[in-house]
Design a protein around this ligand. Structure first.
Ligand code: PHE
Length: 358
């Protein structure tokens, strides 16, 4: 047989397959025909095995011809198989065959809110009970609200404390939720009680404890006669509610241009109960939030007379709080979309998330 005869034979086989394949009514019949044609003893199968019988110099082109025929025939069978599978399964489900009530059920992943959202809702609920309103502000801010009105003029070295994403339009991505202090003062005037949960951005290199996108919750209370005592009382209540137990706190001096005096508020470490462990670096205390009494210049910028009114402000790190509450050791998990943190918050463990026992 020469190559031309082979081609003719192959085309007869293809025509034959095409003619018969459409009439096949079941997958079983299709399998039978396939083995009759392509199987070792099938018409095409035998030809495929006969390449060695051709003269050496013809084997290259014979191989090509055979291979392309094999591919075409395989495609014909596959197309028909897909069609038959679809119609058989449709017929099965019509007859109710697919649902087997005795099979064990598939495990279902029940989703839940993101840990930051969970903590945010909790904090909102606590402050709503205290008569605080929940405010929001723009994530794209002006220099004025983010810095200037917060007593951080352009020349102030404190600007270096918050590496900023500047935008081409001269605006910036807010580095904290504090700009909403001014916006709230302008909008409502005194007396004033509000919290401002929201996203903030800093030009940070990301590692286990730094993110360029994170959540804060600003707090602001302004009235006649507000003092540090009010600040301490509210902070103690907040921590007791969040951690479901009384938490010892202490205030250390801290510098933020928009508060005077300014503090870093520490809480006793809830992992070692203040005895000292790796998480609190053996000190027994964990830095939990910066706060202070609103600076008179800031009150003035917000249109409030600092001789008549005083107030406190705090900046709760919601991302940080969520990490502490759920024992998440790596901040990168928060924006990663890793569903282990959402589907089973109680299973927040493993190398990426932390070493909490669960
Ligand atoms: N906005 C400050 C920060 O992000 C935190 C802060 C808020 C400090 C309110 C004092 C009072 O660093």
């Amino acid at each position: 047989m020469d190559v031309d005869e082979l081609k003719k034979l192959l085309s007869e086989i293809k025509t034959d397959v095409k003619a018969r394949i459409g009439e096949l009514a079941s997958l079983e019949k299709l399998r039978q025909l396939e083995s009759q044609i392509v199987g070792k003893k099938g018409r095409l199968g035998e030809l495929l095995g006969s390449i060695g019988k051709f003269p050496k110099e013809a084997r290259g082109s014979v191989g090509q011809v055979l291979n392309s025929a094999k591919k075409e025939v395989a495609e014909l069978f596959q197309t028909r198989r897909t069609a038959l599978q679809a119609s058989e399964s449709a017929a099965d489900s019509k007859a109710g065959v697919t649902a087997d009530p005795t099979l064990p059920g598939l495990p279902r992943n029940v989703g839940s809110v993101h840990p930051v959202t969970a903590v945010q809702w909790e904090v909102e609920e606590i402050f709503e009970r205290l008569g605080f309103t929940i405010e929001t502000g723009p994530e794209m801010e002006s220099d004025y609200y983010n810095f200037e009105a917060l007593n951080i003029p352009a020349w102030h070295p404190a600007r270096d404390m918050q590496d900023t994403f500047w935008l081409e339009n001269g605006m910036l991505l807010r580095t904290h939720t504090s700009p909403v202090q001014i916006r709230a003062m302008e909008k409502f005037g005194p007396p004033l009680r509000c919290i401002v949960p929201g996203r903030c951005f800093r030009y940070e290199t990301i590692d286990a404890s730094h993110e360029n996108t994170f959540h804060q919750c600003e707090g602001l209370m302004i009235d006649k006669g507000i003092s540090v005592a009010n600040l301490i009382a509210v902070m103690k209540l907040l921590l007791r509610e969040v951690f479901h137990r009384d938490v010892a706190i202490r205030l250390r001096p801290g510098y933020f241009p928009f508060v005077e005096p300014g503090f870093e508020l520490d809480m006793s470490c809830m992992i070692c109960n203040g005895d000292g462990c790796a998480t609190c670096k053996k000190s027994g205390w964990i830095e939990i939030l910066p706060c202070g009494m609103v600076h008179p210049n800031v009150l003035k910028c917000g249109g409030i007379d600092p001789h008549e009114y005083t107030g406190f402000a705090f900046g709760l790190g919601l991302t940080r709080l969520a990490m502490m509450k759920y024992g998440i050791r790596d901040i990168r998990i928060m924006n990663s979309g890793d569903l282990r943190g959402l589907v089973h918050p109680e299973r927040l463990c493993g190398p990426l998330i932390g070493t909490r026992q669960c």
